[in-house]
Design a protein around this ligand. Structure first.
Ligand code: GTP
Length: 319
């Protein structure tokens, strides 16, 4: 359009269009180079408004300048979203009306027939309304999709009963921690914890009471671990603790603290006071040991702890 205006000797219009092109490029540059999307969109949007005011004021080529104002609604709404975009459009419409209806003896501007001015405003408002409706629906659909994404992500990563990480996430964390281990030569230990005679809790108080016990245990475990540790629901009444920068010896101290905390904790469910105990198997990662191998070690220790009478911890070097 700038080149066309140049060929038709509309030098001022051509210069304005070249300036606008440069400003849009500047907006693009700010976005690309400085990742400042807010600033670049403000540059694009408000320079577009200025160009529109200029085209309506001067008439552009043969008084067709006002026909470009329809692009304002979609650009405003896509840049500033539903609410702010609507405010921008309202302010823009008011200024356009002022420019077109201002008496030409006050400011000399392009003269349009009254029918044209009114129809331009009506059609602009109709396009703005339809664009707003579209933007609202799109925004609503996007929010719903993000909500669903968040919900399914949560379902995929967390156990819905206890809100702890599930087995898959625990395995991923173990893989991650194991890779740190080979790089930093740090120690890493795990605890596998199983509720003792949990079937009895279900049989005696009901399945819902069993669920309440698991929820309370998860809370208690979370309170006992350090920031760098992780506790996950490994299976039915089994939990896995991942303890980075921790030797088996220190893991045993942590395990004993947790075991004793559970032993002395009374879980109130409806009118029942439920007391439970846990057994734990401890294993430390050796440099070239695989994850399954270490889990196997911890599992064997857990069985041993159960065999020795439950409510105890057992480390692999005590086998
Ligand atoms: N309420 C409830 N029970 C569960 C859940 N997952 C597993 N269980 C129950 O946990 C019980 C585990 O029983 P067992 O494997 O026999 O073990 P235990 O009774 O804990 O005995 P030991 O492990 O040998 O001390 C079973 O009755 C399962 O139904 C759950 O999410 N909620």
């Amino acid at each position: 359009m700038a080149f066309l205006a140049l060929f038709t000797k509309s030098f001022f219009l051509s210069a304005m269009l070249f300036v606008a092109t440069f400003i849009y490029y500047l907006g693009f540059y700010v976005c690309k180079k400085h990742q400042n999307i807010q600033l670049s969109s403000a540059i694009v949007l408000y320079s577009l408004y200025l160009l529109m005011f200029f085209l309506v004021f001067t008439g552009g080529v043969a008084n067709t300048g006002p026909l470009w104002i329809y692009i304002v609604a979609p650009v405003s709404l896509s840049i500033h979203g539903f609410r702010r975009g609507l405010i921008d459009i309202a302010v823009f419409t008011t200024l356009i009306i002022l420019i077109m209806f201002i008496p030409s003896n006050i400011a000399y501007h392009a003269i349009y027939p009254i029918e044209f001015k009114l129809r331009l405003i009506y059609s602009f408002l109709t396009v703005s309304f339809l664009t707003t409706l579209y933007e609202y629906t799109r925004d609503h659909a996007l929010k719903k999709t993000l909500e669903l994404k968040h919900k399914y992500q949560k379902l995929a990563n967390f156990d819905p009963l206890t809100n702890l990480s599930n087995r898959r996430v625990a395995y991923d964390i173990l893989k991650q921690e194991q890779s740190h281990l080979s790089r930093n030569k740090e120690k890493l230990s795990i605890l596998i914890c199983d509720v003792d005679e949990f079937k009895r809790v279900n049989d005696q108080y009901g399945h819902n009471a069993g669920d309440a016990v698991l929820i309370e245990l998860a809370k208690l475990f979370n309170e006992q671990i350090r920031e760098q540790d992780c506790v996950a629901r490994w299976g039915g009444e089994e939990f896995l603790f991942i303890l980075p920068q921790t030797s088996a010896k220190n893991a045993a101290i942590i395990a004993e603290k947790i075991r004793s905390k559970v032993e002395n904790h009374v879980i109130n469910y409806q009118e029942h006071n439920i007391q439970i105990t846990i057994s734990m198997g401890i294993a430390q990662f050796e440099m070239d040991a695989g994850i399954d191998e270490v889990i196997n070690h911890a599992d064997k220790c857990l069985y041993k702890a159960k065999d020795l009478g439950r409510n105890r911890i057992q480390a692999s070097n005590e086998n």
